[in-house]
Design a protein around this ligand. Structure first.
Ligand SMILES: Nc1ncnc2c1ncn2[C@@H]1O[C@H](COP(=O)(O)OP(=O)(O)OP(=O)(O)O)[C@@H](O)[C@H]1O
Ligand SMILES: [Mg+2]
Length: 401
């Protein structure tokens, strides 16, 4: 038995001796881990793990500086697995002109599944290949309490923008869907599928709020290695957010590139003001049943009735949907075709004028605040100890899954 297993056994035996109510106060069984709801199949943190997470989060909230360099400023987002803060790079001297802000995603050191390991691998590959719709990688490392990932700071997510700007025009919707498609295509060019396409996983730029970036690569899967499509060996456990995943994923298939774009169509339908009939339904089996009844085609026919531009949009989105139906699970997607359809929809409906509702307001804020620009870090070589080199997670350097 190796020493990790021995140590774990010792802790398990010690924990077994504790009465149940004491167990909650001494949550030492490794880090927080995900459990699966037998009925719905959704992943959740058990009561004990949630308790560990809450304690860890409190500890993490008190940290003000990471490795004598990254000064934590404000919390900007909380996800299922980590928190995102703005940070300041104290190694760069402040000048009145210097813009100062980066994003830092952190997760507790002992979280069972380190999603940051996968995420940083994707960001590094995107930086090497000069992708423009994936946030710029800056640094990755760990401290005794946490793992952290420093990257380009972006503006609000599409989920936040759609809540804040109630009357987003259908032309703007077409434009952002086109931009999301470009983001997804950049990721697929790396041979990686996202598997969690949803509005909170796209952000607009901070200094460039007219551009959409794709974020959150913790659930990614590599579908291509050295230019070769990986054979589909086995069925997959459920990955993603049940509101947006495709029927195939509900059915246990391994996600392919087309699944990401089909999820984007669900996003588009919502952005056009048509409710997804399964929104808010928790039971995964029920979501599956409703999705089978309300096909994308059916939902697009509701979009069509919303107005003139929506009618044009629905026509082209239908073409995209028909095309995607033909793409096999593991096949690549023809982005030229998809983007040409969206361009035609835009040309037919906008006369070339696109005013994203948030651009003026966000540009003003970005000018007032300070933010590092991509140029500051495009040549930055990160120097922290890379936790990917840990013995335990070394394998995660490649993100096969
Ligand atoms: N680089 C960034 N710049 C600015 N805000 C960001 C950045 N990355 C993430 N955020 C914000 O933090 C939120 C959570 O981030 P992210 O989606 O990466 O975390 P997560 O824990 O994987 O989330 P979830 O499990 O809910 O999908 C995002 O929706 C976004 O609002
Ligand atoms: Mg997310």
């Amino acid at each position: 038995m190796d020493f990790i297993a021995r140590d774990r056994n010792r802790r398990l035996q010690a924990a077994a001796k504790n009465p149940p109510n004491e167990k909650l106060n001494t949550p030492k069984l490794g880090g927080p881990r995900l459990a699966t709801n037998a009925a719905s199949g959704t992943k959740f943190f058990s009561r004990e793990s949630r308790h560990i997470l809450d304690n860890r989060n409190k500890e993490l909230d008190n940290i003000k500086m990471i490795r004598n360099r990254w000064k934590i400023l404000n919390l900007v987002g909380t996800g299922g697995f980590g928190k995102v803060y703005t940070v300041d790079d104290t190694h760069i001297k402040e000048t009145s002109l210097r813009k100062r802000m980066l994003a830092c995603k952190i997760e507790p050191i002992d979280q069972e599944q380190s999603l940051l390991a996968i995420e940083s691998t994707v960001l590094k590959q995107a930086k090497q290949t000069k992708k423009t719709r994936i946030p710029l990688f800056v640094d990755v490392g760990k401290t005794p309490q946490m793992k952290y990932l420093i990257m380009q700071f972006l503006g609000p997510s599409l989920a936040q923008l759609m809540r804040r700007y109630k009357s987003v025009s259908p032309v703007s919707v077409l434009e952002i869907i086109k931009q999301c498609t470009i983001g997804i295509s950049e990721l697929h060019e790396l041979g990686i599928v996202h598997r969690d396409i949803k509005p909170s996983n796209f952000c607009v730029g901070y200094t460039d709020p007219d551009r959409v970036y794709i974020i959150d690569f913790g659930l990614c899967r590599q579908f291509k290695i050295n230019g070769e499509i990986r054979p589909l060996k086995h069925r997959d456990g459920f990955k993603g957010t049940s509101r947006y995943v495709t029927l195939d994923i509900h059915g246990g298939k391994v996600s392919g590139p087309a699944d990401d774009v089909k999820s984007l169509l669900y996003m588009a339908i919502e952005f056009f003001g048509v409710n997804l009939p399964w929104a808010g339904v928790k039971e995964k089996k029920l979501v599956y049943d409703i999705k089978t009844k309300y096909t994308t085609k059916k939902l697009l026919s509701k979009v069509e009735k919303k107005g003139k531009v929506e009618k044009i949009a629905a026509k082209y989105l239908n073409n995209i949907n028909n095309y995607l139906e033909e793409v096999k699970n593991n096949e690549e997607v023809n982005y030229k075709f998809i983007i040409s359809q969206l361009d035609m929809a835009l040309a037919d409906s906008s006369n070339g004028i696109i005013n994203l509702e948030w651009v003026d307001e966000l540009s003003k804020t970005a000018k007032k605040n300070k933010c590092y620009t991509v140029d500051d870090y495009s040549k930055f070589e990160h120097d922290s100890d890379d936790f990917l080199m840990d013995r335990k997670v070394k394998k995660k350097k490649s993100i096969r899954r």
